[in-house]
Design a protein around this ligand. Structure first.
Ligand SMILES: NC(=O)c1ccc[n+]([C@@H]2O[C@H](COP(=O)([O-])OP(=O)(O)OC[C@H]3O[C@@H](n4cnc5c(N)ncnc54)[C@H](O)[C@@H]3O)[C@@H](O)[C@H]2O)c1
Length: 302
């Protein structure tokens, strides 16, 4: 019996619940939000949607204490998102995170954080809940890696399935593309471009991928489908005993202090297991070091 809790049933939380009712691995979904009328309406809408499926997932309204019995709790609670700049959400979301996760002390399951700024909020969840950082994961740069894959596919006219792409660092503006780990048709990214007389336009890339989220946000005032499907994918990996390698936000250390950065890591039903050993270029290593230092400053020097 797999039970998933979702905190926050706004655009991202509800869309994630919608993805999960169509996930054959999930038996029960527990929804929690501070706005009770809205929670009831979202629960009813999603529950009714589930009725057409052969396997009908149970969808329930929950109190926070009910979520302690879930295998995985997904966090999407946030103050109203006013800007595509994820870091601007930190001040408003800090208190929300502490209020919720101080009630998770002793929780035995895994927390999957979506709320922005995703990497920093994942670290704040560990502080508030006092659970092992191995059991707190952020969706991190999986979505950014997929946006990179999509951009490479359309710019170089190859199938998305022929592209492996990796974005690292932090979800949002503070990320970098690990082209050393990126391949097209199994060939290293830059070798493929050279062999096929193709150009790499750094500015165009940055514009296309970095703005992939904010271009949607500027029109819709939110993004939800991409992240919901990404979250559903990570949930499946967190239910399995066999480890899966995914770029996401996991525990890291800087000056011996806990921080969260997005790297290629192995996860399973035990949570974060270890990093995949990859050889980054000197430039990429320097970028990761810079991101670690910047996050450390935000968390410990302010
Ligand atoms: N990690 C990613 O890749 C990614 C992608 C898209 C959005 N996001 C983030 O996801 C978060 C949610 O976005 P959204 O568009 O769904 O926002 P939203 O405003 O639609 O939903 C947020 C929900 O949280 C609820 N909430 C607020 N305080 C709460 C509390 N104390 N307890 C329980 N619920 C509470 C609100 O009532 C609301 O329903 C934002 O931080 C957004 O930036 C992350």
């Amino acid at each position: 019996m797999n039970r998933i809790g979702i905190i926050g049933v706004g655009y991202v939380g509800a869309c994630t619940a919608f993805a999960l009712i169509n996930n054959i691995n999930i038996d029960e979904i527990y929804l929690y939000d501070i706005k009770k009328d809205f929670l009831l309406a979202q629960k009813n809408d999603i529950e009714q949607a589930a009725m057409i499926n052969k396997k009908i997932t149970t969808v329930k309204m929950a109190e926070l204490k009910d979520l302690l019995n879930c295998d995985i709790v997904i966090n999407t609670a946030s103050a109203k998102v006013l800007s595509a700049d994820r870091l601007k959400e930190l001040d408003n979301n800090k208190k929300i995170i502490f209020d919720i996760f101080s009630q998770f002390k002793g929780y035995q399951g895994i927390i999957l954080n979506v709320t922005n700024p995703c990497d920093i909020v994942s670290k704040l969840i560990v502080d508030a809940s006092e659970i092992s950082p191995n059991k707190v994961i952020g969706t991190g740069t999986l979505l950014d890696s997929l946006r990179l894959k999509s951009t490479i596919s359309s710019l170089y006219k190859v199938l998305p399935s022929e592209v492996e792409a990796l974005a690292m660092g932090e979800h949002g503006a503070n990320l970098f593309y690990a082209f050393s780990q990126t391949t097209i048709k199994g060939k290293p990214f830059f070798s493929y471009l050279k062999e096929n007389n193709l150009n790499y336009d750094k500015e165009l890339f940055n514009k296309e991928v970095m703005l992939a989220g904010s271009n949607i946000f500027s029109v819709k005032g939110r993004t939800e489908y991409g992240i919901a499907n990404v979250t559903n994918f990570i949930v499946n990996a967190l239910l399995k005993t066999i480890p899966t390698a995914i770029p996401l936000s996991a525990k890291d250390y800087y000056n011996d202090k806990l921080i969260y950065t997005s790297r290629l890591v192995l996860i399973s039903n035990k949570g974060y297991l270890n990093d995949i050993k990859i050889v980054l270029s000197d430039e990429e290593n320097a970028k990761l070091a810079d991101i670690r230092a910047k996050q450390y400053a935000i968390l410990y020097l302010n």
